[in-house]
Design a binder for this molecule. Structure first.
Ligand SMILES: NC(=O)c1ccc[n+]([C@@H]2O[C@H](COP(=O)([O-])OP(=O)(O)OC[C@H]3O[C@@H](n4cnc5c(N)ncnc54)[C@H](O)[C@@H]3O)[C@@H](O)[C@H]2O)c1
Length: 342
């Protein structure tokens, strides 16, 4: 039997708690040994809710724990690159939430550290790759069912925020494209087997959250990417969905097309008709939409460590996703078409 992987999680906020629950209860071969957060309530939560015994106020203390094999980063995006490098230097395997980093230079730093620590696994949290509907889309595409793929349309629409979280979160997120569309960019790279981007254009507005002006972010935006071999991809991201979470994909090939998730995900097969209206509950957030994918993603990380797979190809794709996301933001800010070298 493979050795248990002892995991230390850093960051126990919105997504960190979700990962911590999974790692503690639902991932074979993993033991959630330690946690780190600067917030005392988050540390108490991990102790009381999950029985995590080793809790630290900062990442450095967790990295100094010799029993921790792997570090799981669920921290603000602006910290990712620096923290991945520190964790690798401390001899740990690393999972880090998306995106890999906010700039191509930061990505390079991580790539160099990963090259130096060539036996340690590094994985970035693109959980759509483990969602059964996306996996099925990829299977159909690879089977040849669609013919030659020439068009992708991806949407990541967040439900309208009623408590101000998005405005508070935005300054460290890299902006709407690097925060939300980064998942769809990764999907596009996955579906096209790493097609090279040629040019990027983008448009965006602040329709509902004027507070985003402080960090020059938008709440509704689209980007168009032309990939090599005449593959045209469009990306729609927003924080303004009236029907809850919508994570959708449309693929068009020369023989057929497919779609998933368009219009959101119903919570039930049963619709209720009342007052001349049809009522159907919809999945509100990504936690519910990707509940299973988050567990499978964590399992994939632990399995990769146990079989000695460093996942370097995926890290290169994560760097490419950041490069495209940055180009989208530049295209939006500068209102011009950005040409990408390859
Ligand atoms: N895969 C997904 O779909 C998905 C969804 C949401 C968030 N995320 C990503 O997860 C990351 C965290 O997002 P969130 O929504 O949980 O944010 P959050 O603000 O709710 O949580 C951030 C956590 O980091 C901790 N933290 C802050 N500074 C720290 C430091 N210096 N050292 C250690 N811990 C520190 C905070 O205490 C908190 O626990 C972001 O990179 C975001 O892009 C991914």
């Amino acid at each position: 039997m493979s050795k248990m992987v002892k995991v230390g999680i850093v960051g126990l906020g919105r997504i960190g708690k979700n990962h911590a629950r999974n790692l503690a209860r639902r991932v074979r071969g993993a033991e959630l040994l330690a946690g780190a957060s600067p917030v005392a309530e988050e540390r108490s939560w991990a102790q009381q809710e999950l029985g995590v015994s080793r809790l630290y106020a900062n990442m450095e203390a967790l990295l100094a724990d010799p029993d921790v094999d792997a570090v799981w980063l669920a921290t603000p995006t602006s910290l990712h690159a620096e923290q991945i490098v520190s964790a690798l230097e401390a001899g740990k395997h690393v999972f880090c939430e998306k995106p890999l980093a906010l700039t191509p230079d930061e990505c390079e730093r991580v790539l160099q550290a990963a090259e130096k620590h060539s036996r340690q696994t590094v994985m970035i949290g693109f959980m759509r790759r483990y969602d059964p509907t996306y996996v099925e889309a990829k299977r159909l595409l690879d089977s040849g069912e669609l013919g030659r793929l020439f068009r992708l349309h991806c949407a990541s629409l967040d439900a309208i925020d009623t408590n101000g979280f998005f405005v508070q979160f935005a300054p460290t997120s890299g902006g709407l494209f690097l925060d939300c569309s980064i998942h769809d960019i990764d999907v596009a790279l996955w579906m096209t087997n790493g097609a090279k981007p040629v040019s990027v254009s983008a448009t965006g507005i602040r329709a509902m959250y004027p507070g985003l002006a402080a960090c020059n972010d938008v709440d509704t935006a689209t980007a168009t990417v032309l990939f090599e071999n005449d593959i045209l991809a469009t990306f729609h991201a927003s924080r303004t969905s009236h029907h809850g979470d919508e994570t959708s994909l449309q693929l068009v090939g020369t023989d057929s097309s497919l779609s998933l998730g368009v219009g959101g995900t119903p919570t039930s097969e049963v619709n209720v008709q009342k007052g001349n209206a049809n009522h159907c509950g919809m999945v509100v957030d990504f936690f519910a939409r990707f509940e299973q994918a988050f567990v499978l993603e964590a399992q994939a990380f632990i399995d990769a460590i146990q079989r000695g797979d460093t996942l370097r190809e995926r890290l290169l794709e994560a760097r490419e996703a950041t490069r495209i996301g940055v180009a989208m933001r530049e295209a939006l800010e500068q209102q011009k078409i950005i040409t990408l070298d390859h």
